[in-house]
Design a protein around this ligand. Structure first.
Ligand SMILES: Nc1ncnc2c1ncn2[C@@H]1O[C@H](COP(=O)(O)OP(=O)(O)OP(=O)(O)O)[C@@H](O)[C@H]1O
Ligand SMILES: [Mg+2]
Length: 512
């Protein structure tokens, strides 16, 4: 065996000593290669290299874009979250926008680093792209999955580095924080959709699914700020919705389906449809506009409702005239006799049963809105307590409603309320019984809105309506008085004939 101790220290001996050492190492390595099973080679070499590399105090988590064949949700959350953490020092950013999105998204480019701090823990994110080593078959299936030929061969991941001692804090608290923030961003950026039944589209081969509904982006600009309504009513609706979306656990605890029903009633043009849009924009819930006249049976209804998604608003407008809905009691009596027939037509009880039962138990965070111009014509089954949780009366334009429209349409704020016509209009607005739609129309009539002209026109419109209302009211009073007189005469005669027998109330008609 070679020994350095006895060797003379000349250059040539040093060289021959090194050569001999290298030769011995090669011999040892080739013996090891032969004696140690092949599978253990890489393990042993990496363990040896680990022993000779200084220990790093840092830990790096690798967050791949895909987990197997599906997307890695941690990656998606990180991508959204890191958009909010881009610092002015970042040198390269990626910018994109898809037709479905309203905003431009900015994300970090490969190799770029983003620093973050969470509960005094310093973290560094790095975005890494490399060419994918996966087999061609895997790439192929990913390609078809992503429908994105150029990018599928690229392997993308985030590397999250921090001090090892914070591992638990990062996994248990920081990553959930990243998820929560990403969800909030997603929610904010969500484009609300309006789904309507498209008769031109057939069902898919299962007879179910998205083809039942066609969708467009809900571009309705109504918000609670633009709605001309009493401020207290607006506040009450917003608070009610806020409470509703926060109460997942509560609904579970009390065993109630997580749904909420609103009945909006009032004359045409008072903002019922606008309010639905404002609700959808506020909650970022998609809207399913259900036209009952296009549905022919309870079976169809069930199928259509089952294909709606959670966190959505189901709207049935003009419920009183959508259908000749049968009285619920009548329908229940007939149910046993004509069960088959009942499935072949759409009935009020079919709708109510479904909303109360099946539909509400298989979905979460559902809102249902019925609208009507005539609440008095609705079937009592629809109005009974517990069915529609909140009844909202959309009324003619009030003073505060006019203030909101004035500020929206004419840019009136603060001092502008001192306009010479303002007081006159406020004095007329409630007695003129005009709808917010009519007021909005008057304010928008000229192309370039001249405030004087617009208010002048509105004042005249209100005066004209008030005169008409007064005349109609006079006429109605006259008829009412005549009616009352006639009634009095009838009652007089009835009392004479019936004599109030069998406990009938005095003055009640006999046929009752
Ligand atoms: N309360 C309101 N606040 C703000 N704008 C309103 C309001 N009511 C009506 N408008 C305006 O009038 C237009 C028509 O209103 P909308 O369609 O919401 O009324 P509606 O009550 O649904 O009527 P209908 O009973 O005929 O369906 C809206 O696009 C909006 O511009
Ligand atoms: Mg409407």
């Amino acid at each position: 065996m070679f020994s350095l101790k006895d060797a003379p220290t000349t250059a040539s001996t040093l060289f021959s000593a090194y050569a001999s050492f290298a030769a011995s190492m090669m011999l040892v390595r080739s013996m090891a290669d032969q004696l140690i099973p092949r599978q253990l080679h890489s393990y042993i070499y990496s363990s040896l290299s680990y022993l000779f590399t200084p220990l790093s105090p840092h830990l790096t988590l690798i967050i791949d874009e895909h987990s197997g064949m599906t997307r890695n949700q941690v990656y998606d959350a990180a991508e959204l979250y890191l958009r909010t953490k881009i610092s002015p020092l970042t040198e390269r950013l990626r910018v994109s926008k898809t037709p479905r999105k309203k905003t431009i998204s900015i994300s970090i480019d490969q190799g770029q680093q983003v620093n973050d701090t969470f509960d005094n823990v310093k973290l560094t994110w790095r975005y890494v792209c490399s060419s994918d080593q996966r087999s061609e078959s895997q790439n192929h299936s990913l390609r078809s999955h992503n429908n994105n030929n150029n990018q599928s061969s690229e392997k993308r991941c985030f590397e999250l580095t921090f001090h090892k001692k914070h591992k638990d804090k990062v996994v248990d608290f920081y990553l959930p924080h990243v998820f929560a923030q990403a969800n909030a961003i997603k929610q904010k950026e969500k484009v609300v959709k309006l789904y309507t039944r498209d008769p031109c589209l057939g069902d898919d081969e299962n007879g179910m699914g998205s083809s039942i509904w066609g969708s467009v982006n809900l571009e309705h600009p109504a918000t609670f700020e633009t709605m001309a309504m009493e401020p207290e009513l607006k506040r009450a609706i917003v608070e009610d919705m806020d409470r509703f979306v926060k109460r997942r656990e509560f609904y579970k605890k009390v065993g109630k389906a997580w749904k909420r029903g609103y009945l909006l009633y009032g004359p045409p043009g008072t903002g019922k449809s606008s309010l639905i849009a404002a609700m959808a924009n506020y909650l970022k819930f998609d809207v399913y506009d259900l036209e009952l006249t296009s549905i022919h049976s309870n079976y169809d209804l069930r199928r259509i409702l089952l294909s709606t998604t959670n966190r959505s608003i189901l709207v049935i407008e003009d419920i009183d005239c959508s259908l000749e809905m049968h009285d619920r009691q009548f329908d229940e009596q007939q149910h046993f006799v004509h069960q088959q027939q009942s499935n072949n037509r759409l009935t009020l009880s079919g709708l109510l049963n479904f909303i109360d039962g099946l539909w509400s138990s298989c979905g979460d965070e559902r809102i249902i809105v019925f609208t009507t111009n005539h609440k008095d014509r609705l079937d009592p089954a629809l109005l009974r307590p517990g069915r529609m949780d909140i009844h909202i009366h959309m009324s003619y334009c009030t003073t505060s409603g006019f203030r909101i429209l004035g500020s929206n349409y004419l840019g009136f704020h603060g001092d502008n309320h001192h306009h010479r016509l303002w007081g006159e209009i406020e004095g007329l607005i409630e007695s003129a019984k005009v709808t917010p739609a009519e007021v909005a129309e008057e304010l928008m009539k000229s192309d370039d809105v001249d405030v004087d002209v617009a208010l002048d026109r509105l004042a005249n419109f209100l005066k004209h309506n008030k005169v008409e209302n007064d005349e109609t009211e006079e006429e109605a009073n006259k008829i009412e008085n005549q009616e009352a007189k006639r009634q009095k005469m009838d009652d007089h005669n009835v009392n004479k004939i019936g004599g109030g027998g069998f406990g009938r109330g005095k003055g009640r008609p006999m046929q009752q």
